[in-house]
Design a protein around this ligand. Structure first.
Ligand code: G3I
Length: 335
């Protein structure tokens, strides 16, 4: 039930990371290799070498691979975006799906068909004003799911979304809009099978709203959807605290979140967005330093964000224990 996002270059360059990932994970998510931008940066020049290598690695070690992600406003090559805007040609999207989905039919049984379609504050339906919406209207989601289903009839098809955890108005709206979207798609008979909860937790935003998260999961499950935590990690707030305290806060928030989500039996598993703090998209930036004026001298500092289950030296942290015990408890409840 546990997996993480990987970049093959890192697994190849760092034997200890590769070993730990293979020992700990049942499922791997390509952090970059399956994105349209990575596969076809120039029109017609498709390079599947990194994705193939990852699929081989997964097969060799008996790991499942998540198909992340087919349609994403930030994962689309510039040439394709320009072309979609100019021609509104649906077959361009279909060709992309047809180039990747059948190729990995044996290794991928779950696809993030549309990533991050929600954006509140613009339209009443809360759909992001992406190039896909602009070219094809709100129906692009149903059409994409239908096209994906035709290409991979046995695969689980998902929408993957972020910012669904906090008691903030924007996040309440995002939860509501995603529920409504799922409801509409199901009512239309679209082949939507699940929702991916990215779960990029953020201690700067306070604590997650556990009751709202559980309710949200229950409502999705009530539509017959399965759920997966797909990109769990924790952005820290207080970098000036001692490392043990930082790790405790990260683990506590992880536990709070996983207890809330895993209360819903339709949750299939949990993936973190990386395994070790050594490689994380969450970095300590100028804003973070600015919150603690004078806390560090130039050769001293807070180090890396500590929001993944293993530290940079690949020692397991309390976050690892939190994930392990939450998954263990969920498993015990199911059996
Ligand atoms: O590897 C090159 C490096 O050689 C080059 O010098 C450098 C200069 O920009 O770029 C490096 O590639 C970057 C890559 O991350 C390496 O990690 C890309 O520019 C950068 O765009 C890419 O960002 C990824 C991002 O998605 C966009 O694809 C992040 O790693 C990845 O963690 C992030 O993942 C997303 C999920 O797919 C969706 N949910 C949010 C999540 C975090 O943003």
């Amino acid at each position: 039930m546990y997996g993480c996002a990987v970049q093959l270059d890192w697994l190849n360059a760092e034997a200890n990371l590769r070993e730990e990932v293979l020992a700990q994970c049942a499922q791997l998510t390509p952090e970059l290799a399956f994105k349209w931008l990575a596969v076809e940066p120039r029109r017609g020049e498709l390079d599947f070498a990194p994705a193939d290598a990852l699929a081989d690695l997964a097969a060799k070690h008996g790991k499942t691979l998540r198909g992340h992600t087919l349609i994403w406003h930030r994962g689309t090559p510039a040439w394709a975006e320009a072309s979609l805007r100019a021609d509104k040609d649906w077959t361009l999207l279909e060709r992309w799906l047809a180039s990747i989905m059948p190729r990995y039919a044996a290794s991928v049984s779950e696809w993030d068909v549309v990533n991050e379609p929600i954006e509140t504050g613009h339209r009443q339906d809360g759909l992001r004003q992406s190039v896909f919406l602009e070219a094809f209207g709100p129906d692009y989601l149903r059409r994409a799911l239908e096209a994906a289903h035709a290409l991979a009839p046995r695969a689980r098809l998902m929408i993957n979304e972020y910012d669904l955890e906090y008691p903030l108005q924007e996040q309440r709206d995002r939860r509501y809009c995603l529920l409504k979207l799922a409801e509409r798609l199901k009512a239309q008979g679209a082949p939507l099978h699940g929702v991916g909860l990215q779960a990029h937790l953020d201690l700067r935003k306070g604590h997650i709203d556990a009751a709202a998260v559980t309710r949200f999961c229950r409502e999705l499950a009530g539509m017959g959807l399965v759920l997966r935590v797909t990109e769990l990690d924790v952005k820290e707030r207080d970098y000036a605290a001692p490392a043990a305290e930082r790790d405790r806060r990260v683990a506590d928030e992880t536990r709070r979140y996983l207890d809330a989500v895993l209360a819903e039996p339709a949750v299939l598993g949990v993936s973190t967005w990386g395994l070790s703090d050594r490689h994380s998209w969450l970095t300590v930036g100028a804003d973070d330093y600015a919150r603690f004026p004078g806390a560090w001298t130039h050769d001293d500092g807070p180090g890396l964000n500590r929001g993944l289950p293993w530290d940079a030296a690949l020692r397991p942290k309390p976050m690892r224990d939190a994930i392990r015990s939450a998954l263990g408890a969920a498993q015990a409840q199911k059996s």
